[in-house]
Design a protein around this ligand. Sequence first.
Ligand code: SAM
Length: 289
Amino acid sequence: MATLGTPTNTIEVLKKYNFNFQKKFGQNFLIDTHILEKIITASGVTKEDCVLEIGPGIGTMTQYLAENAREVVAVEIDKALIPILSDTLSEYDNVTIINEDILKVDVNRIVQEKNGGKAIKVIANLPYYITTPIIMGLFESDVPLESITIMVQKEVADRMQVGPGTKDYGALSLAVQYYAKPEVMIQVPPTCFMPKPSVGSTVIKLTRYEKPPVEADDEKFMFSLIRASFNQRRKTLVNGLTNATNLKTGKKDVLKALEEMKLPSAIRGEALTLAQFAELSNLLSLIGK
Ligand code: SAM
């Protein structure tokens, strides 16, 4: 099987299997070998690594991973792609294909079985609607992982990196920055995909911290506060937190914590840094959630 990352070879495979693109699965396949090589370099994958690839498509990136990593596990939701993947990856004995929705896969088990519980690297090129739940799921479930190299829409990459005072700042920025160091690696124009998407993409690498950059005594509680603050963006932090049905924080307690942090009582959640959310969460835990 020839290397797939060119328009001609991709079209040939798609025709052979009479493949129909599924919009609901966000199927845009890479057709640029330079970009594929750059993603491999950016991910830092070596022959020592076990890699989880989410959404292999017809196996374009998977072929590169099979050549560069020790072991590859590729999880693809679309069953129409499974016979294609068996064909395009038939030369490799270090690739396992799983036909499943990644959100239903027990990634911890894969890490145990394929890498003896040692940290894996994750590579993904996915539709936007699923990016946040996947990233958060991997981080929050404490899957042993070194890094996630992921292709996302440009705005999503911006959202992952920004701090307070920008319109893109939100729960995703704080969550990503609590668990990992985000680095923009490559800009990918629409012409590198088939079919051509309407917007450009960015490859961002999230390298997991061994220890988060701030100390939150109760991580779950801090993230409940963060979510509640950004659910009601136009409200003050005090109102956002006291209106949230899943929190038992009283208005007086939030005001007291803000006073202790020397922050104005009318401040909005979107003005707080990650360190300030951690401090607020620690103070409110002390006062009594
Ligand atoms: N990696 C390939 C490439 O770069 O050419 C394909 C990328 S395409 C943007 C996204 C792929 O993710 C598709 O093959 C799609 O079927 C798959 N996908 C979408 N949602 C998924 C999910 N929940 N779990 C696993 N795979 C999914």
